[in-house]
Design a protein around this ligand. Structure first.
Ligand SMILES: *Cc1c(COP(=O)(O)O)cnc(C)c1O
Length: 394
């Protein structure tokens, strides 16, 4: 049985009529940039996440970029993040002229390791102005944790460190809109716990647009105003520019599609979790649970439904590359997120990292693969994936 890694057509079928009515309306209005559709979607994201302010932008990448620009981060500065994430996380740090400081990941969750982060911060000096200085000599300006695969980082710990060291937190929530975290202070929503949260609506994310789209949310009202200006070439008043921004505006068409989809997000996340549970059953039945390392759900005991939203279902597999070849022959979709950690990317050679600096990120890059997990996947398809993997190992 052929099993795709992702099939977006099935979801579209269920919303087709509704979406086409909205798209027609926009075509008739000829209001494409900003306007009521964008504002309505921004309000909907605030309501859904509990964030105070939301600014629709062109992509998840630009959401990260504009948050860094909002903080005025640039040359001479450093931002601490994970080496095991999509390129954009660190790419944006470099694009504003700052240095990415990588911290190894936790091997169970694949998220930033809190003990490693604490050790790094403890090893930083302060400069004459009292600013925190990175081990390489730049001023540490922010923390950028990534909620990878739809699982929140341990935010109580990260926010406590951020407070202790006076650093703002930008959550890369590109894979985690809808994920919840059982904080000591109540339920935390991915992206709305730190100072900034950045979402991506790239089609393969849990909430996918019909093209590129993103959003940045923030706590502070003055910062929200600044981000709104930055999104529009830095001008608060048309043709008058106090700052240099860019064209980071969200399209009305994308906002309309996303507004229709957002109310379904929780039910899609529930289906992803059902699929994860079916994989666990299948792997236990075939004994593969002793061969593969399955995703952990560290917050399961909290009882929060969205403790994991499985943007990806990632397993560690012995002889990973041979398994991938086997799955390709069996027409089972799979992917490696990510085959080369960011500290070893050619374009970051100037940062001075080397092989062996982040052993857990490097090991994850060699051992993991993602299996199909999209909501519309059928139990039969999951069975076929399990059988295909069983045929390889047994
Ligand atoms: C997808 C993604 C981004 C970038 O989002 P785009 O909308 O594709 O620009 C950033 N960070 C992470 C972790 C992502 O998965």
């Amino acid at each position: 049985m052929q099993v795709p890694l992702l099939d977006l057509k099935l979801q579209y079928q269920t919303l087709r009529d509704q979406i086409r009515v909205e798209v027609d309306q926009i075509m008739d209005s000829q209001i494409f940039i900003g306007g009521p559709k964008v504002e309505a979607f921004e309000r909907a994201v605030c309501e859904y996440t509990g964030a105070a302010h939301a600014i629709g932008v062109t992509s998840g990448t630009d959401a990260l970029l504009i948050a860094l620009m909002g903080l005025g981060i640039g040359p001479g500065d450093a931002v601490i993040t994970s080496p095991y994430t999509f390129f954009a996380t660190a790419g944006c740090i470099a694009r504003v002229g700052a240095a990415a400081v990588f911290i190894d990941i936790d091997p169970q969750t694949y998220n930033l390791s809190v003990p490693a982060l604490r050790r790094y911060l403890e090893g930083c000096q302060k400069n004459a102005e009292g600013q925190l200085v990175s081990h390489a000599g730049q001023v540490v300006r922010a923390l950028m944790p990534v909620h990878l695969y739809g699982l929140c980082c341990d935010m109580d710990e990260i926010l406590a460190l951020a407070k202790q060291y006076g650093l703002p937190v930008i959550e890369d929530s590109a894979q985690a809109l809808g994920a919840d975290y059982p904080s000591k202070n109540g339920t935390g929503h991915a992206g709305a716990m730190g100072d900034f949260g950045c979402y991506s609506f790239f089609p393969s994310k849990n909430l996918g647009a019909f093209g590129d789209a993103g959003m940045v949310v923030c706590k502070d009202a003055a910062m929200a105003e600044k981000l709104r200006a930055l999104r529009n070439h830095g001008g608060e008043r048309r043709y008058y520019h106090k700052m240099i921004g860019g064209n980071f505006r969200l399209d009305a068409l994308q906002a309309a599609v996303l507004s229709i989809k957002l109310p379904h997000l929780d039910s899609w996340s529930a289906l992803r979790r059902r699929n994860a549970a079916l994989y666990r059953e299948g792997f236990a039945r075939t004994g593969l649970d002793k061969v593969l390392t399955l995703p952990t759900e560290p917050y399961a005991a909290s009882g929060l439904p969205n403790q994991h939203i499985f943007n990806q279902f990632v397993v560690r597999a012995p002889r990973r590359d041979a398994l991938c070849e086997h799955l390709a022959k069996a027409q089972v979709g799979h992917a490696i997120y990510y085959p080369l950690p960011l500290h070893l990317q050619e374009c970051f050679a100037y940062l001075g990292y080397k092989q062996g600096d982040f052993p857990e990120a490097e090991r994850a890059a060699l051992e993991t693969l993602a299996l199909p997990i999209f909501p519309e996947l059928t139990p039969e398809q999951i069975h076929a994936v399990v059988e295909a993997i069983a045929a390889f190992y047994c």
